[in-house]
Design a protein around this ligand. Structure first.
Ligand SMILES: Nc1ncnc2c1ncn2[C@@H]1O[C@H](COP(=O)(O)OP(=O)(O)OP(=O)(O)O)[C@@H](O)[C@H]1O
Ligand SMILES: [Mg+2]
Ligand SMILES: [Mg+2]
Length: 492
């Protein structure tokens, strides 16, 4: 098809395999801790995750529950029973010589995830999501994967629970994959089964082929996609990486086809520092893996787990509810549902104070100041009460909005102080009505010339008097209010 395609318009067909580390305390088939971020290499290991002879796997219920919750969120089918298989291949990151994974009875099948790209809605089909164990990690010394002097291996990661989410070849551009991955991460975080901060917690294999644009118009014939030669790009660890690696492949494959060459069906490696993909090996066929069912793990009955396990309201539903319930703009509702923490936080404040005030303070002021400092709402962990107190001070009119934003909020974020301490130290408490009234009267009594000018029709004189009152109140009075009070006195 390549020679024929050379004369036609070409379009990209993309499918993703996304590996997500599930957040559990222990590994998927043994009791070793998964929290090895600061551990010495090869210290979080045992005979099971090292694959020593005679060691038996025991399935971690928490990992299965996380996968079932994900399945619900993706509107996937959860089978009555699910099984595990051995996928045999030889590579140093795999001490047993096989990976325990799922094959013909995965925990989730036939789901979908709705994505928005600019203003278009795209429903991306989820072929399957299956559980498996993470291999160990390799560290290439003195170069990258193809040029290193030698390689070190660390089995702390081996056995970390993974869910591999395989999409249908439904993406038509690298941008769409970026939107999908962002959305998927949002859902995973809402479900509380994933830690985005952990290194390597999301890894992507991106499959891409170029086919004739005509073949993609209308109903797509599966046979066309099955026939197209695709490359599978590995070693992608971010949304941006996926987008860049795929954009590179679009150009590379298009050039090859236009020069009359065939695109090889192969596995390629994304070299992030060089911004290119490099050929690694021809793509192994499924039969190479000699899959067979793991005799040490009996089939698992999961028919009633879907009913039993609850999932929280997900980002799309929550955004819609926020728009209606709190009468928010699309933009504000999106910002306020970007993470579960932000959304929970907003709702807590909105219930107690005015939702408009809560929306302004969380979506604009707080997120704006955090963003400016490269911080996230999670950096405020344990200080939510302080922020609520700040909103309360504004709601009850005890400090001006300007001081709240420019002095108190910034002091909280930069100096780690509490709102009440800042208000006291900076003497920000709004001057009471009586004090302002007294200052107005004093300013009038002390400045007969300005009063006379005002009475002669000189509007500028009022500004001078406002300035006098502001001075007397140490700047804590509201200038608009002072102006009104002065006119009331003078116009009597
Ligand atoms: N013509 C195509 N162009 C781009 N991607 C495709 C095409 N056909 C299928 N794909 C995608 O390739 C991926 C296949 O993943 P799957 O895990 O089923 O098989 P695999 O990559 O052969 O196996 P392995 O898990 O060993 O890598 C899916 O994401 C699918 O959408
Ligand atoms: Mg796969
Ligand atoms: Mg693959």
């Amino acid at each position: 098809m390549s020679t024929q395609a050379a004369t036609e318009d070409l379009a990209a067909v993309i499918g993703l395999e996304v590996h997500v580390q599930l957040e559990t305390d222990t590994k998927i088939f043994c009791g070793c801790s998964t929290d090895a971020a600061d551990a010495e290499p090869n210290t979080h290991t045992c005979p099971t995750c090292l694959g020593l002879p005679g060691a038996l796997p025991v399935l971690n219920e928490g990992a299965v529950e996380a996968a079932v919750r994900l399945g619900k969120a993706l509107h996937a089918d959860i089978p009555e029973r699910t099984t595990f298989h051995r996928k045999n291949y030889f590579y140093p990151d795999l001490p047993k010589g096989f990976q325990l994974t799922q094959y013909d009875a995965p925990i989730c099948q036939d789901g979908e995830l709705e994505v928005r790209v600019e203003d278009r809605r795209r429903d991306i089909g989820i072929t399957r999501a299956h559980l498996e164990e993470d291999p160990g990690s390799l560290q290439h010394v003195g170069g990258s994967i193809d040029t290193a002097d030698y390689t070190k291996v660390d089995y702390n990661r081996a056995g970390t629970p993974l869910v591999e989410i395989v999409t249908e070849p439904d993406f038509r551009s690298p941008d769409e994959t970026r939107a999908f991955l962002a959305k998927l991460e949002e859902v995973l975080e809402y479900l509380g089964i994933y830690d985005a901060e952990r290194d390597g917690s999301l890894r992507v294999d991106a499959n891409i082929s170029m086919v004739s644009a005509d073949d993609l118009a209308g109903e797509v014939d599966d046979a066309v996609l099955a026939e197209a030669n695709r490359t599978e790009v590995k070693n992608i660890s971010s949304h941006k990486g996926a987008q860049q690696a795929l954009a590179y492949e679009v150009t590379r494959q298009r050039n090859a086809i236009q020069r009359g060459r065939e695109v090889e069906q192969e596995t390629r490696h994304w070299d992030e520092s060089r911004g290119i993909t490099v050929s690694m090996r021809s793509k192994e066929a499924e039969k190479d893996y000699r899959y067979f069912e793991e005799a040490d793990l009996p089939p698992l009955e999961v028919s009633d787990w879907k009913e039993r396990l609850e999932i929280p309201e997900l980002p799309d539903a929550r955004r819609e509810r926020f728009r209606e319930e709190y009468d928010l703009s699309e933009e504000a509702a999106s910002k306020l549902t970007s993470t579960k923490e932000v959304a929970d936080f907003f709702e807590e404040i909105a219930r107690e104070y005015d939702p408009d005030l809560a929306a302004t303070w969380v979506a604009d002021n707080l997120l704006g100041e955090l963003n400016y400092r490269d911080m996230a709402v999670t950096d405020l962990e344990g200080r939510f009460d302080e922020f609520t107190r700040l909103v309360e001070l504004v709601a009850e009119d005890e400090i001006t909005e300007k001081n709240a934003r420019e002095v108190v909020l910034r002091g909280m974020l930069d100096e780690g102080e509490t709102p009440d301490d800042i208000v006291e130290a900076e003497d920000l408490g709004k001057t009471s009505g009586d004090e302002v009234q007294a200052a107005v009267e004093a300013a009038i009594a002390e400045n007969p010339d300005a009063v006379a000018d005002y009475e002669d029709g000189d509007e500028g004189a009022i500004n001078f008097l406002v300035g006098q009152v502001m001075q007397k109140t140490g700047g804590s009075a509201d200038p608009g209010q002072v102006n009104g009070l002065l006119r009331e006195e003078l116009d009597e």
